[in-house]
Design a protein around this ligand. Sequence first.
Ligand code: MOS
Length: 730
Amino acid sequence: MKFDTPATANPTDRMKVLGQPIDRVDGKLKTTGTAHYAYERSDVAPDAAYGYILGSAIAKGRIESIDDADAKAAPGVLAIVTYKNAGTVAKAKAHTARMLAGPDVQHYDQAVAVVVAETFEQARAAAKLLRVTYARTAGSFDLEAVKASATKPKDGTPDTAVGNFAGAFAKAAVKVDERYTTPDQSHQMMEPHSTTAAWKGDKLTLWTSNQMINWAVRDMSETLGVAKENIHIMSPYVGGGFGSKLWIRSDAVMAALGSRAIGGRPVKLALARPQVMNNTTHRPATIQRLRIGAQKDGKITAIAHESWSGDLPGGGPETAPNATRLLYAGANRMTATRLAVLDLPEGNAMRAPGEAVGLLALEAAMDELAEKLKMDPVQLRIINDTQVDPEKPSRQFSQRDLVGCLKTGAERFGWNKRNPVPGQIRDGRWLVGMGMASAFRDNVTMKSGARVGIDKKGVVTVATDMTDIGTGSYTIIAQTAAELMGVPVDKVIVLLGDSSFPASSGSGGQWGGNSSTAGVYAACMALRDSVARKLGFNSTDVVFEDGKVKSGNRSVSLSEAAGDAGLSAEDSIEFGDLTKTYAQATFGAHFVEVGVDSATGEIRVRRMSGAFAAGRILNPKSARSQVIGAMTMGVGAALMEDAVVDKRFGYFVNHDLAEYHVPAHADIPMQDVFFMDELDEKSSPMKAKGIGELGLCGVGAAIANAVYNACGVRIREYPLTLDKVIGKMA
Ligand code: MOS
């Protein structure tokens, strides 16, 4: 099904099942420990051996020698694979660094060897007996130091310029020109990267933890030189990804190599928590400069956003200026993205890449502008709203209700009680402040396919290689099929995460919810047609409800229509030009109250509230969970998360969850989430948009703005740890 004209009335509008806050259909499996994760496949691989990866002890240079004599002789060891005996291990096009080092080393903790043994403990112990010598060469590890050498990225990230920014900024009555920095961050999802791999002849099976099954097949094929049709990947349950599992990592490659080395017997391999930090990917640190010029009435006349980040040679930039291109009006504007070479582990996508860190700067700068204008920050954003792409005014937004979010959010939060003068409100030892920020995230759509069948019992089965990374895909796909086929949710079986199923959008960039359900919609529409045809019904007036197919005064049960053989249909949704002819994005407004300890500078978030506009909300319960999770991640970005670089040796020092801090329950207060009642007909037949990343975008800036309002200290270097606050408090 091609989606290239806006959706009109369709069966999703019934909202009998869609739009309802139903419980996760996979909830019981998850909470009873009966969902099989990649490392727990004793059901299919009871005889698995264990793999343990030894990572490089240097960031850049060469392996000079590997002495594996002691490791080989260690108890239980079955095989040791290094670049010397691995066979072909190429760099997939999607990867920046190879998954196996040797002889050259591209980053710290890059895999140097996998030890396969009968038990995990034996594999780990033997790995410690490997003696590897290196010739270290100097590397670049400090973004600030290499900033001046940064160049325009070759990946197509454009510089943008409209009007005359420099002239308009020079003449602006009120100006902000500030620099903000954001640190390297690590995904640190609950489930580390893990894989169980097995070979039968030249056929490879991987049970792994991955967001994008068809990319995973492609990248495994490129890496090992194995034909795609000989690779079967399954990833039915994923314990979080946040972008770190968009591409296969060393666990998958090294488990496959390890299994091949022992004749195809399954090998299971999980990265240890510290390896997640240095062996895989991270969100790159940024340096950003924001300049905004406005008239005295608050209208923006000039806005510029420049960003610098680094990556390994051949890598890509953090596209921090994304949101600034579309969020506010202003006739004179420019953005620039610059990329420097750093020899740290590969930088890559982490939840809302671009916007998440871009808004930490933009929305803090807007707060500084509001203060200079003596204008309410909500009002400043309202008067600079735009209904067209400010870089290309002939292009409208498909749907944009930022103003609705700002007004509704302010009302629900009680923004009118805020004292605009910093440092005025006390609660015992706590200085209390309120801050806000806009939320913005692109709405991306991706081709997505599915197969849907009905059996003689009237049970509907959906199969697609879509993944559920904790987001609720199983549930919204079940709701979509139930709505379209007119059956209750418990009559739908959803099968996900298997490369033998039709290729889907996968989970990434908050495109999965809308795109994958639209693919299921396409397959259901095809199935409805074939049911109608089989019954001789007129497909224009046919209705699917209560487990029946009805047309005029005829009614046949679905099970009867399916017959003994059952019926099935496969289709995909393909998105046309609507994402180009219209700017498509999701919007919101965050409001936060914080307390700053007047004695210690400790910051506690006291209240969070947000209003969001993201098209139809397919399931308000799972969507709310996505948003509160993202808001929680935003608290981490604002106050805690900081992958500290050892600038001498080039690695992230705080490589475990004791030292890389993320919010825990006690850090998170009551979170209020409100969804605007909205449909976006230009986004998909589901009239929905992405929601998984939006909640992260802007919330950290709202916290920083609240800290300023509480105690009068502006911190422009995230995260806002107490050491940065305490010295500056009056
Ligand atoms: Mo997201 S960073 O595309 O998983």
